[in-house]
Design a protein. Structure first.
Lengths: 244, 424
């Protein structure tokens, strides 16, 4: 028995000449993996650059459009020329649709980048300010030009569980009513960083999430699909989507 | 993005890429040789071979199994068949009796249920062959396979070759699950052929592996406590520095589970068995004395668990959690998706494209390409058309099959660690 064990150990310790060690392949595989890794990294960096350029472009476009809109509004109030109302309306619609699309993209782009929180917060603040100034413009244009639109402020927070459902309902009606419904999301997580968020919060005394301001009425908690339809349709003069 | 998840993601992709590239290098190294290599069917002599057929509740398939042995192109007087009825509760015994009546080369042993390894050991004690083959009673051997495998022993002409393994194919796949396994087995034939050149095989499949009787006896036969004796014996043979070779065109057809539940049971046994074996033979992990087997295969097998864990975590993070979130959001609009779907159309722009994680996508794409190369090469290697059972099974094979296997692996791993705690 002891002998057997000794034999075993001998058998195991003896170098076996037929055993292969593919050192060359280990190394080559390592090099190729590193190369592929490097190539992927470079490719990623190049595209990152392209992305950054695109983000800048979006921001600039937005700025010019806002200035144009502001000027149009100023012009309208100065000369009381209601003929320019349709132009203002059209620009407003276009800009707001663009705002929600492009800035959403910018935000999700910033979100994906790790370790750059400061930049992300800056982008979010910009988005919040843009939304608020467009909301003010929309409210005033509705009065001045008698536009058939429903402006909605949507207060939410990141950690609010039922907010994603509310967001989906809003998106749903946005798709249904298109440019008649203008939704301005306001992220109140930014209260500490952006004074304007605090101002609007105390203006409407927002304590609960989600909270909606539809036209001038405050709704606390989730407004479900059917309620939402009723509220929106009662503020619109004509909307074929409200018929059924 | 969660930093932890992304680190795991990167490590697992790089590891998978490294192993795939290594295997690819081995493949390109052997490609020319593989193409012209053909196993001899002419034998110098006909050594005596014992064929052991353990059977437990196999009344449906055993007749076909025994008939396939009948049709082996090998002199009848050089074969003995030892069938072990391991306490079957069905009509296995009667079926066997009917088939073997009047055939002197067949012997039937019956005993109370003891398990496969114990049955094999009992038969091994009686076997007279220089070599012995095991053939599970749900598998069928090709008529030329025995000749090819014996010819390989003669060609190697090396007393330290202890096991020659077959090329396993799925017998007559009907359900989609069987067809996916058909693809998996084909790829396994190529992988085993590659690992065989590196002396790194670590399973001696139950269907028709041929062993050198003397060596297996000296090692003490099969381990009756192990739930996957076909893996355990291979690891033990490696540990004692004996050789295992694959006969790449020695085909055996085995019945694959047709439904998810038996599939799950089979895999759980395999995977649990492999964890146990790896743990039992961990001294070979990264051990230079075992050449590529220690440095590569053992390391790869061990890391396989990490990759499975990572794969599941990642897919949970990227597929299931977002899916659940989407489900929750859709329920808010009573699943009126027609109107909601418009937003997807309008939002797909250059940004959507740019938002993807390119570095990761690049790696995933490359892994898929390597996967396809092996997939194609495996079909060439096993002389099969890719579209033999239609293109449909290929989609789940690439899309979700590894996830399914990974999940079962994970469950087995959990059972293993629980079992360990109980023992300690």
């Amino acid at each position: 028995m002891v002998d057997q064990h000794k034999n075993d150990t001998e058998q195991k310790t003896k170098e076996k000449s037929w055993r292969t060690i593919s050192t060359d392949k280990y190394i080559i595989a390592g090099i190729i993996t590193a190369l592929i890794f490097g190539l992927g990294l470079t490719l990623g960096l190049i595209l990152e650059d392209a992305r950054y350029g695109l983000v800048q472009q979006v921001n600039q476009d937005q700025e010019v459009r806002y200035q144009s809109l502001q000027l149009q509004y100023l012009f309208l109030t100065t000369f009381h020329n209601e003929n320019s109302c349709p132009i203002l309306a059209a620009t407003l619609q276009e800009t707001i649709t663009d705002l929600s699309n492009s800035l959403n993209d910018v935000i999700s782009y910033e979100e994906k980048k790790t370790g750059n929180d400061a930049k992300k917060i800056t982008v979010e603040r910009r988005y919040l300010l843009d939304n608020l100034r467009y909301w003010l413009l929309a409210k005033e244009s509705k009065q001045k030009c008698n536009m058939d639109i429903v402006p909605v402020i949507y207060f939410y927070r990141q950690e609010c569980e039922s907010c994603s459902g509310q967001g989906t309902i809003l998106t749903y009606y946005k798709n249904l009513l298109e440019d008649k419904l203008l939704v301005f999301p306001v992220n109140l997580d930014l209260v500490e960083r952006e004074p304007m968020a605090k101002i609007i919060q105390s203006q409407y005394n927002v304590t609960q999430f989600p909270t909606l301001i539809i036209d001038n009425t405050k709704y606390e908690g989730v407004v479900d699909k059917d309620q939402m339809k009723e509220i929106i349709c009662s503020s619109l003069r004509e909307a074929p989507q409200c018929q059924n | 993005m969660n930093l932890f998840v992304s680190i795991i993601l990167w490590i697992s992709y790089i590891l998978s890429l490294y192993f795939s590239i290594f295997l690819l290098l081995v493949y390109f190294d052997q490609k020319k040789l593989f193409r012209k290599e053909k196993t001899e069917t002419n034998l110098i002599s006909y050594p005596f071979v014992s064929i052991l057929v353990p059977a437990y509740n196999e009344e449906k398939t055993i007749e076909k199994t025994l008939r396939s042995i009948d049709q082996l192109e090998y002199p009848k007087e050089k074969i003995e068949v030892i069938i072990i009825n391991d306490g079957s509760k069905d009509h296995t015994e009667e079926v066997i009796q009917n088939v073997i009546r009047g055939k002197p080369e067949y012997n039937l042993l019956s005993h109370q249920n003891r398990g496969k390894a114990a049955s094999l050991n009992r038969a091994l004690a009686l076997a007279k062959g220089e070599f012995f083959a095991c053939l599970d009673a749900d598998s069928f051997v090709h008529p030329l396979t025995l000749r090819k495998m014996v010819a390989l022993y003669q060609k190697e002409n090396d007393p330290s070759v202890a096991i020659i393994t077959p090329a396993m194919k799925v017998a007559d796949p009907k359900t989609i699950l069987q067809k996916i396994q058909w693809l998996e087995y084909l790829v396994m034939i190529l992988f085993s052929r590659l690992t065989s050149t590196l002396h790194s095989l670590y399973v001696a499949p139950g269907p028709f592996s041929i062993y050198r009787t003397e060596i297996i006896r000296s090692l003490g036969g099969f381990d009756e406590k192990n739930i996957t004796e076909d893996q355990e014996i291979a690891y033990r043979v490696q540990l004692r520095q004996y050789k295992i070779k694959q006969c790449f065109d020695g085909y055996v057809y085995t019945t694959a589970p047709a439904k998810l539940r038996p599939f799950y049971r089979q895999r759980r046994r395999w995977y649990l068995g492999s964890v146990i074996c790896l743990h039992q033979y961990r001294e070979m992990i990264a051990n230079k004395r075992y050449g590529d087997f220690g440095l590569m295969q053992m390391v790869k097998n061990t890391l396989g668990y990490f990759l499975a864990v990572a794969g599941i975590t990642i897919s949970l993070y990227y597929i299931f959690l977002p899916l659940m979130r989407v489900f929750g959001r859709m329920s808010a609009i009573n699943f009126d998706l027609i109107n909601y779907a418009v937003s997807f159309k309008s939002n797909v722009n250059i940004f959507t494209f740019l938002l993807m994680d390119f570095k990761l996508l690049f790696l995933v794409l490359l892994l898929f390409i390597i996967g396809f190369i092996f997939f194609y090469a495996a079909h060439k290697n096993a002389e099969e058309r890719i579209s033999k059972f239609g293109w449909l099974p290929i989609i789940p094979y690439f899309a979700g099959y590894y996830l399914l296997k990974g999940t079962i692996l994970l469950i087995s791993l959990g059972q293993f660690s629980r079992g360990k705690k109980m023992k300690w």
